[in-house]
Design a protein around this ligand. Structure first.
Ligand code: XIL
Length: 374
């Protein structure tokens, strides 16, 4: 067993002991066919498999909605801030840090014996207005931008040192082009425009400097298949390793949609294994599986629900089949607060999480439990 996985098991076992004090969420559907799974939720079952089971947390829902809060506690051993650790939130004015909301999440996690996954250090979205404006009007030049990036990395990672187990150091740095033999091109962001490809190495080194033990991940969507993006990550990771740049893993977001064909489970597993052959860990960081519908109010068909269930199962099975896959995080656990309906409108998509608007556990939830119990 790897040291990493042993640490996960020990941490999560400790968490389990505290867990029994938490009242079970009332939302669980208890049909008799499911009774043999016992009372163990995702969190407990994941612990037995040495796997963190996570969710992205919406801080408003966490304070306002007791059912949401209770499920967040009982079903998950890991939490990710859906928004509040992003740059626009943590440095709203230049040089002025605000970690208030992120700290709230860290306190919640500590009370519930949960681990925190950090999202994210560098992205091209949800940047502070002062930064994007400064770069576009020329008041922030290349050199200033580099020191701003350095300061941000040291401040964020330093603030959460010892409190966050791993960071998405970069997020979505490649395009969706290329193919299985041609690596994807670099995304044209302010980082790439100003620094070429070198910024990745800088941010990894600064993050390591700020926290010598935290996991450092490169995170993206559409990198779970043998495509150009997955090849770009493999090549980049190999090159970083060769240069002894600190890097611990690849974050696989796992935002999937039924509007695309059914992914080949063997290909997902093999893609993960290609990353781990470099000695890297894998974290599924943002899993959700969207269902396209005619209008936002149209419920999914029975066939769509079945297909969604199969895909959830394939994804978690791929993670369970790969020894160094250490995390399975959902991008929210309840449709009620999912980002999907607000972002995917043409065609409308929704119903992407394992719990309905009314907190009824879907077949997707039960298949995750079965996979973990199996
Ligand atoms: C999304 C959040 O869920 C939304 O609330 C926010 O408005 C936009 O960002 N990939 C990521 C996440 O890495 O940070 C995104 O989160 C979803 C896509």
């Amino acid at each position: 067993m790897s040291k990493q996985r042993l640490t996960v098991i020990l941490t999560v076992l400790a968490a389990l002991m505290a867990l029994f004090a938490v009242p079970a969420a009332s939302a669980h559907n208890s049909s008799s066919a499911r009774e043999d799974l016992g009372d163990r939720g995702l969190r407990d079952l994941g612990a037995l498999r040495g796997l963190y089971i996570g969710t992205a947390v919406n801080m408003d829902a966490l304070s306002a909605d007791p059912t949401y809060r209770s499920l967040t506690q009982s079903e998950f051993s890991s939490v990710t801030a859906e928004n509040v650790m992003k740059w626009e939130t943590v440095e709203p004015q230049r040089g002025v840090d605000n970690f208030t909301q992120g700290d709230r999440l860290v306190r919640f996690a500590r009370r519930n014996k949960q681990s925190v996954y950090g999202h994210n250090i560098l992205w091209h979205n949800q940047l502070p207005g002062w930064l994007t404006t400064g770069v576009s009007n020329g008041t922030i030049d290349k050199q200033a931008l580099k020191s701003i990036l350095r300061r941000h990395t040291l401040a964020l990672v330093g603030h959460y040192r010892g409190k966050v187990r791993a960071w998405d150091v970069t997020n979505e740095i490649f395009n969706d082009d290329g193919d299985k033999n041609t690596p994807a091109t670099w995304r044209d962001t302010i980082w790439y425009q100003n620094f070429g490809t070198e910024y990745v190495e800088w941010v990894l080194r600064w993050a390591r400097q700020a926290d010598s033990r935290v996991g450092l991940y490169l995170n993206d969507y559409n990198n779970e298949n043998f495509n150009g993006k997955a090849l770009a990550y493999y090549n980049l990771a190999k090159e970083l390793k060769r240069k002894h740049v600190p890097l611990d893993g690849i974050g696989v977001q796992g935002h999937l949609s039924l509007k695309y064909g059914h992914p080949d489970p063997g290909e997902i597993k093999a893609t993960l294994q290609r990353y781990t052959s470099l000695g890297l860990g894998i974290a599924f960081t943002e899993v959700d599986i969207r269902i396209p519908v005619l209008t936002a109010e149209t419920p999914p068909t029975a066939e769509q629900v079945t297909e969604q269930t199969r895909r959830y199962r394939d994804v978690i099975d791929a993670c369970l089949a790969v020894r160094r896959c250490n995390t399975f995080t959902l991008w929210g656990h309840a449709d009620k607060y999912s980002w999907v309906p607000g972002w995917f409108t043409n065609p409308p998509e929704g119903y992407a999480t394992p719990f309905t608007d009314a907190y009824v556990a879907k077949p997707a939830y039960w298949t995750l439990r079965e996979a973990l119990a199996g």
